[in-house]
Design a binder for this molecule. Sequence first.
Ligand code: PLP
Length: 188
Amino acid sequence: MRVPFLDLVAQQAEIADEVLPIWRAQFTSAAFIGGSEVATFEREYAAYIGVRHCVGVANGTDAVELALRAVGIRPGDEVIIPVNTFIATAEAATRMGAVPVFVDVDEDFLLIDPSAVEAAITPRTRAIVPVHLYGQTAPMDALIPLAARHGLVTIDDAAQSQGASSTGGRAGRAAEAATVLGAKGKAA
Ligand SMILES: Cc1ncc(COP(=O)(O)O)c(C=O)c1O
């Protein structure tokens, strides 16, 4: 038996009955930007994560960039991110002229290492972008107090871990602002 490495057709089939009627209604009304389905998604996703606001945007890269802009990051500011994230996390910072500073991850879970974050902080550091990876949550219990001690904001990138949870709640709940694929979490 040949098992394909990636079978998108099988994945789509699992959700087709639920998604297609809504997609058909969207197609008919041509409400592709905003509209009642987006408003419903924003409301339901905020409730699912446990935050007050969710704002739908075009994609995950825009979500990180907009969140950085919303908390006041400016060109030249340093933004600490893990070395092993998808390029979009760093790209969102560079698109607005901020400087991504890459820090190492822990060896067991491959998540951003708070001690590496602390060692990378300089007078120009303004934000930490923990990335929740591989269905896990970044160590927010350590990062939130660390950020508070240094007067930094945290912007979570939860594109790869929507729905993952830990003692602090679901990925994206603990930070000032959080981004998931195509959606921004708690308003800054
Ligand atoms: C960790 C992470 N952040 C951000 C993004 C960017 O998302 P998009 O491709 O929707 O811009 C991705 C995409 O895979 C991602 O894996």
